[in-house]
Design a protein around this ligand. Structure first.
Ligand code: SAM
Length: 209
């Protein structure tokens, strides 16, 4: 509850501190963790949900991808807008919620979220992700998980990424309801590894002959 409140503050009133805080809690690795997502993106049309301060959005645009961003926080939009302007980039962005995407069915080849917020445990959001994906399209979530029994490490990690006991179950249930084919891929070998969750939308059945 307290953490939910604090996170909300970081995404809104203290959004200016987000890049610094994420750098600090990851000991400088946040950007490289986030960038793992790019290896799983299918084009041409990509939707990034909860883009935060817009770093990945900018990187994808720089690589020539047809990217659209959706983000709930007005403060995050302002930061991203200034960043894109500085970099002379133009990216389509929408202020809205993952649970109610303002896009037509089958609009995207990839729906992507890195370090996704609470919406990943909400089946309404997953239904929306599945709806806006094209047949053959892919959902990509990137997060990190701890792979060590070292108690000091576990304590420090728990401060930065507080455990949410029910979240994993709710996430799995919500994914299940999406109707996508789910798989998982672990990237890296250290105590903290990147976890990529993929959801593939079936290619439409061939028309009967
Ligand atoms: C942990 S941050 C991740 C930001 C960025 N993707 C990154 O990798 O650093 C989660 C972001 O999701 C946004 N968010 C939270 N709930 C949302 C929702 N229901 N719909 C859209 N965006 C949401 C927050 O405002 C925040 O910017």
């Amino acid at each position: 509850m307290l953490y939910t409140f604090l996170y909300h503050q970081l995404y809104t009133r203290f959004a200016w501190a987000y890049d610094g805080v994420s750098w600090l809690v990851s000991l400088g690795r946040w950007a490289s963790w986030r960038r793992v997502a790019l290896d799983f993106v299918k084009g041409p049309d990509v939707l990034e949900v909860g883009f935060g301060t817009g770093e990945l959005l900018s990187e994808m645009a720089g690589r020539g991808m047809a990217v659209t961003g959706l983000e709930a926080s007005a403060a995050m939009h302002s930061i991203t807008s200034r960043k894109l302007k500085r970099r002379q980039q133009s990216v389509e962005r929408v202020q809205g919620f993952a649970q109610q995407l303002p896009f037509a069915d089958g609009s995207f080849d990839t729906v992507l979220a890195t370090f996704p917020a609470g919406f990943v445990t909400d089946s309404a959001a997953h239904r929306e992700f599945a709806r806006v994906l094209r047949p053959g399209g892919r959902l990509v979530f990137v997060d990190v998980a701890l792979y060590t029994d070292n108690r000091l490490f576990r304590f420090a990690y728990g401060l930065a990424f507080p455990p949410k006991p029910k979240a994993a179950t709710r996430f799995a249930e919500a994914l299940d309801e999406s109707g996508l084919h789910i798989s998982r891929c672990i990237v890296g070998s250290g105590p903290v590894r990147v976890v990529v969750t993929l959801g593939e939308k079936a290619v439409a059945d061939a028309a009967p002959v």
